[in-house]
Design a protein around this ligand. Structure first.
Ligand code: XIL
Length: 490
């Protein structure tokens, strides 16, 4: 029943999107779901200059959430750039450097109505008031603000008008960045690049992992990573660094080190060198990725343990603290993120992640955000959205930001396209309803290149995982519509 209601909410108010195709899609596994997509995304000028990144997203600088939202971006007629400086000085430390000519919407005059009951988005306005001088968008005014259209429209503007044609434009209604993983090997494919243009935030799928950046000791190679960063910056996408310390895609010269002093030095050198190299262009980093073990390696189902990586084995759990401290030394202004999977809802592993970051905050270890990878479906879970909401809230209560950092949700279990769309809709909405949740990143655009197709832990029973927003032929799927509707407040 609940599912049926949610589904109605996803599809119920579509006017310009592809309701027809969505409903006609077979209720089989979402591998077969293909939505003509109607409107191609085309047309939107890709971001060089002018795309309005919500500056100051990273916040956390001095406490208080950054107010996002409020900035009328693509909405009819409301001037975004807002001009007046009132909206606040640049965030003292945490502030992001907007890329792509972004302009902070600081000072969007009225900030919109505080009450309007915007379901979710924006509203936060967060705490900003006290914090003084945040570069955020809109926020200023203190108190809530309407997510879109802000300005004046007095009350109505809790949903974006259907002028937002791309995910990033819809995300801007609430000041959320919409990201994707980019694989530079596909950048010569026009249709692939076209899907990227729906986003204003980017993570390198592989190009910034240790084995790419420092395959041999001391031999840093930035060729592919630079290609990623250049593409992102030139196209108005804020690049995120992924990932500095991880047990996978780690060269054997690192994993064979047994001496703690040597390994600590190698680890901190890698962190400082890479962050230093990109200091002008990358202001947020996944510092440590997946420090906790998979459940099948726990002593029992309720006892998560640290992963038996070389870092933990040789350095103990203090490697996490040391990594974050080195990252902060390398760039005092960067947003520092702990990123993990199967930690989205309320379950032993998310409890372990929560306890770890809580302890870091209490001990003054520099951390700004938690990335919830959100790779959903066995062997991970598809957690109830209420649990995701509660988990985000407890992280936010620590003063940390939350990022949906690698979302996909496969249909190997036979989930229907509509159900998949509902799942994404619910999670995106949960992010919009949580002021501390600043961005939503999908792990790729087209199913054709999804890592799920080759993930060795996924048994899809001969089906295609189909976990992303575009199908193999670059057609938008119902799940695209579900995300879009959520971003539009529908
Ligand atoms: C994956 C990439 O998508 C694949 O291309 C690669 O072969 C393996 O890594 N969690 C992460 C990502 O943090 O870096 C992983 O990316 C997916 C799971």
């Amino acid at each position: 029943m609940l599912a049926a209601m949610s589904t109605r909410r996803v599809f119920g108010t579509m006017h310009w999107l592809t309701l027809g195709a969505a409903l006609l899609a077979p209720a089989a596994a979402c591998e077969s779901a293909s939505d003509d997509g109607g409107s191609s995304t085309g047309g939107s000028a890709f971001a060089t200059g002018g795309s309005t990144h919500p500056a100051g997203q990273s916040g956390s600088a001095t406490g208080g959430q950054i107010a996002t939202g409020g900035a009328p971006i693509t909405q009819g007629g409301v001037s975004a750039a807002g001009g007046s400086a009132t909206g606040g000085a640049p965030a003292p430390t945490g502030g992001q450097t907007p890329t792509g000519g972004a302009v902070s919407n600081a000072g969007a005059p009225s900030g919109g109505s505080a009450t309007g009951g915007a379901p979710v988005q924006g509203g936060s306005a967060g705490a900003a008031s006290g914090g003084g001088g945040q570069a955020n968008n809109g926020g200023g005014g203190g108190g809530g603000q309407a997510n879109n259209g802000g300005g004046g429209a007095g009350g109505s503007p809790l949903m974006c008008p259907p002028t937002a044609k791309t995910l990033k434009e819809a995300g801007e209604c609430s000041g959320r960045l919409i990201g994707t993983a980019i694989a530079t090997s596909h950048l010569n494919e026009a249709a692939y690049v076209e899907t990227l243009r729906e986003h204003n935030y980017a993570t390198a799928e592989n190009e910034m992992k240790w084995d790419s950046l420092q395959p041999n000791r001391g031999g840093f190679n930035y060729t592919n990573a630079d290609r990623f960063v250049d593409f992102a910056v030139q196209n108005g996408m804020k690049p995120k660094g992924h990932t500095l310390v991880w047990h996978l895609q780690l060269p054997s010269w690192v994993s064979s080190i047994n001496d703690p002093t040597e390994l600590r030095s190698v680890m901190t050198n890698h962190i400082k060198t890479v962050i230093g190299h990109y200091k002008d262009r990358i202001k947020e980093w996944d510092v440590v990725n997946e420090a906790f073990e998979n459940p099948n390696n726990w002593p029992d189902e309720n006892t998560p343990t640290y992963r038996n990586s070389v870092f933990y084995r040789v350095l103990g759990k203090s490697f996490v603290d040391d990594a974050f401290k080195a990252a902060r030394e390398a760039d005092p202004e960067a947003k520092l993120i702990y990123n993990d999977f199967r930690s989205e809802g309320l379950q032993p592993k998310s409890d372990a992640v929560y306890e770890m970051v809580k302890s870091m905050v209490e001990r003054g270890i520099p951390i700004d955000a938690v990335g919830l990878q959100t790779h959903l479906g066995t062997p991970n879970s598809k957690p109830p959205v209420a649990d995701v909401i509660a988990n985000m809230q407890r992280i936010a209560d620590l003063g940390l930001e939350v990022l949906i950092s690698e979302m996909d949700s496969h249909c190997c279990d036979g989930e229907s396209p509509e159900s998949q769309a509902t799942r994404f809709h619910e999670i995106v909405t949960a992010c919009l309803n949580q002021p501390a949740c600043k961005a939503i990143t999908f792990w790729g655009t087209t199913d054709k290149y999804s890592w799920l197709n080759t993930w060795d832990e996924l048994d899809c029973g001969g089906r295609k995982p189909s976990g992303l927003l575009w199908d193999d032929n670059y057609q938008k799927k119902p799940v695209y519509t579900g995300v879009m509707n959520a971003l539009l407040g529908k």
